[in-house]
Design a protein around this ligand. Structure first.
Ligand code: PLP
Length: 356
């Protein structure tokens, strides 16, 4: 494992830590952050940990105008025996570079970036909440900083990592969510940027989410951008179905983001000798399965919630209720196993966790 030689400037006064038992997602940030600059002439240079602070950019910086911006999201978990675990962070770094490639942004050395992440989290270990279900959310991201309004890839970039303590996603037990199937707006199209974790995908998704929320639904189900027939994702999560005993998830098609939770669930199920079918699946098929009584479970997967069971789909004024609006047996077992591995309560047969 390569180590990055980082210049460290510690803050003189530490922040007052928030009450760890009622944390709002993404609202509080730790005392320090990591910054690494890139220029075409110098390559990656000047890696540093500095006090958490506003950054200065030229108003013409590419990121403001043409959106060259990618990010990642992962967590550090505090175990019962005072260890700190990261979950498959190498996968986040790999994906960061795939996103970079799609957005014409420079590749980063995955091992050195991971080394920076580990050093920052180590420095901020007091910020990792210890209550059950809590964690330290890690946000690595990269932006284009060249001051130039011509439309071309920026010649300068800044990679940063910030940290935010987060509360338990499920405080009152796991309650399935209601999802509105989106028939007007689309998140991504074939050939677009759907499989890159880039800011613009999120900007474009807000409108549909806002309308769904106004109608009492927590998120939208995204269909393919061409025929609005095939299921792609749910909110900013991947999606799985259990239909008549079979586990199905949409196949990666270029417009679906390849989630690390998705990948882990497929590998976990295969470890249990349960085959996961990755294929195209239509909303018509889900409706028919629901009518036939074969739609047993549906759930979203992502780092924030791990598993988010779905209790209802609203599609063209018709409500499809799943498992009486309760969490399914498989969803629960997957949730317990994955979080068990992440928090070090279950032995990790895959080598997924990285001890700090
Ligand atoms: C990040 C993300 C996911 C989930 O990825 P994980 O690695 O499992 O957290 C799914 N869909 C979209 C659109 C995402 O941005």
């Amino acid at each position: 494992m390569k180590e990055l030689n980082i210049d460290i400037t510690l803050c003189t006064t530490m922040k007052k830590k928030p009450a760890f038992d009622r944390l709002e997602f993404g609202r509080n940030f730790t005392d320090h952050m990591f910054i690494w600059n890139y220029s075409v002439e110098k390559g990656w240079h000047d890696p540093r940990i500095v006090p958490y602070q506003p950054i200065t950019l030229d108003p013409a910086a590419t990121v403001f105008h043409y959106g060259q911006s990618v990010f990642e999201g992962l967590k550090a978990y505090h175990t019962k025996n005072e260890q700190i675990l990261l979950f498959r962070p190498d996968q986040n770094m790999k994906r960061l570079n795939r996103s970079n490639d799609r957005l014409c942004m420079p590749q980063i050395d995955e091992e050195l970036a991971l080394s920076a992440l580990q050093q920052l989290v180590s420095l901020e270990r007091e910020w990792i909440p210890t209550e059950e279900g809590t964690s330290l959310y890690i946000r690595p991201y990269m932006i284009a900083t060249e001051p130039y309004l011509g439309v071309s890839p920026s010649k300068a970039y800044q990679f940063m990592i910030i940290l935010s303590p987060v509360g338990a996603y499920y405080k009152e037990g796991i309650n399935p969510v209601k999802i509105a199937v989106e028939n007007d707006y689309v998140r991504a199209v074939a050939g677009g940027t759907g499989n890159a974790k880039t800011a613009g995908n999120y900007a474009g998704s807000l409108k549909a989410s806002e309308i769904a929320e106004q109608n009492g639904y927590s998120q939208v189900l995204w269909l393919d951008g061409k025929e609005k027939k095939y299921i792609e994702e749910v909110g900013s999560m991947n999606i799985f179905f259990k239909i008549n005993g079979e586990i199905i998830t949409p196949e990666l098609n270029g417009s679906i983001l390849e989630g690390i939770t998705r990948k882990s669930i497929i590998e976990l199920l295969e470890h249990w000798d349960i085959r996961v079918v990755e294929r195209k699946i239509t909303m018509d098929e889900i409706r028919q399965a629901s009518i036939d009584g074969h739609l047993e479970e549906a759930f979203g997967t992502g780092t924030a919630a791990v598993i988010s069971p779905i209790g209802e789909f609203l599609w063209k004024n018709e409500k499809l209720i799943i498992n009486d609006g309760k969490i399914g047996r498989l969803s629960k077992k997957l949730y317990d196993t994955l979080t068990g591995i992440q928090y070090g309560n279950i032995t990790d047969p895959f080598g997924w966790t990285l001890k700090l």
